[in-house]
Design a binder for this molecule. Structure first.
Ligand code: ADP
Ligand code: MG
Length: 346
């Protein structure tokens, strides 16, 4: 068969290769389209203010399992993951739309619980639910959310502005949501093989909470304004530290190093990782769904971040030629891999 007629496989391109392949011939035509594909959210010029838009889809048994995710938490988390993308532009979210594909496997009561979670996130983050769509699905549930926010043009932060010498920071501890998922998966397996046995999860509240009820770091964006700090680049950590750092580095045309000993880990993360025979730092680098912010700061702003709460310095931005590396506590330098959550695994 001629090479050009050969069926192409999605997994040969990967998630980002596929997006690029499908969209590269689309050019922005509208003067108001300030930024299209390639950041946490798109940016539309709207007078002096910039409107920021982000959309995300969650598919049952890919992104969540209803065997251990209460409906209320699912609704809450679906909103949070979208708000996090708006904050990652240094913008403030104002509205969301929620679209659902469901089957009659779900009762009205179950969907009421889903919307209780959506409502409590909307109330806490002061955003309005302004629309959506409801349709049927053959089997699993699909939730698609669009979040809309705004920001003054000079306060926008993209993935593209990191430069050598900048300080690499994160807003909180990492790896906990991934370990929370491991605990829930393990309990599900135990439950499936021994139905009726109640799981003992009380001593794992922190990790499970980070998995089932994450928060979006709007408080960090507020602090940026308060301390008059503008990061040079920013992204939210939905797919793992390593993968997000690669996005910043590729978008900004730079390299970076992370100091292993400086990556914030909750004590429960360290203990549970070891119990599961996992390396805690690997959980932080490759686990997903922490929804912390990863950002870079000009070295001249060091004094400002020293006094800001929830800022952990974890490394530095370097020249592109120096690559993206991990400086281990043992004094070794390892090239980092971009493995995070792979949504499109073969
Ligand atoms: P995030 O992880 O921050 O939610 P994604 O990795 O989902 O971002 O998306 C990366 C970029 O690609 C975003 O700008 C997003 O809007 C865009 N994108 C993703 N899927 C598609 C698609 N099917 N068509 C057009 N743009 C897409
Ligand atoms: Mg994002």
């Amino acid at each position: 068969m001629a090479e050009e007629n050969k069926r192409k496989e999605i997994h040969d391109l990967g998630e980002f290769g596929l997006i690029d392949h499908l969209t590269k011939s689309f050019k922005l035509k509208q003067a108001s389209s300030m930024l299209g594909i390639g950041d946490d959210a798109a940016v539309i010029k709207n007078g002096d203010q910039m409107t920021v838009v982000s959309t995300d889809m969650m598919v049952e048994d890919i992104h969540f399992s209803l065997s251990y995710t209460p409906m209320k938490h699912l609704g809450y988390k679906a909103i949070i993951s979208n708000l996090s993308d708006i904050y990652a532009m240094s913008a403030v979210p104002h509205q969301v739309t929620v679209s659902l594909a469901i089957s009659n496997r779900f009762s009205v009561q179950a969907l009421e619980e889903l919307y209780e979670g959506i409502q409590s996130a909307c109330d806490l983050y002061n955003v309005d639910l302004i629309g959506g769509d409801t349709t049927s699905s053959n089997k699993g549930m699909i939730i698609s959310i669009t979040a809309i926010g705004s920001v003054a043009q000079d306060e926008l932060v993209f993935r593209t502005g990191a430069k050598p010498g900048d300080i690499l920071c994160v807003s909180g501890d990492l790896g906990a949501a991934y370990l929370g998922l491991q605990i829930l998966e393990r309990e599900k397996q135990l439950y499936d093989s021994h139905p009726g046995v109640q799981p003992e999860l009380d001593d794992q509240k922190y990790l499970i909470g980070r998995q089932l009820k994450p928060e979006a770091r709007g408080d960090v964006i507020e602090n940026f304004r308060k301390y008059k700090l503008k990061p040079t680049a920013m992204i939210d950590i939905s797919d793992g530290l390593s993968s997000e750092l690669f996005h910043i580095c590729h978008s900004s045309g730079v390299g970076a190093f992370i100091e292993e000993g400086k990556v914030p880990l909750h004590p429960d993360t360290e203990q549970t990782a070891i119990k599961f025979q996992l390396d805690p730092i690997t959980c932080a680098l490759s686990g997903g769904e922490d929804y912390e912010l990863l950002f870079t700061v000009d070295e001249g702003d060091l004094e400002k971040i020293r006094f800001m709460p929830n800022v952990y310095i974890i490394g530095d931005i370097v020249d592109k030629k120096d690559g993206i590396t991990l400086h281990t506590t043992g004094g070794n330098v390892h090239p980092l891999k971009a493995q995070g959550w792979q949504h499109l695994q073969s």
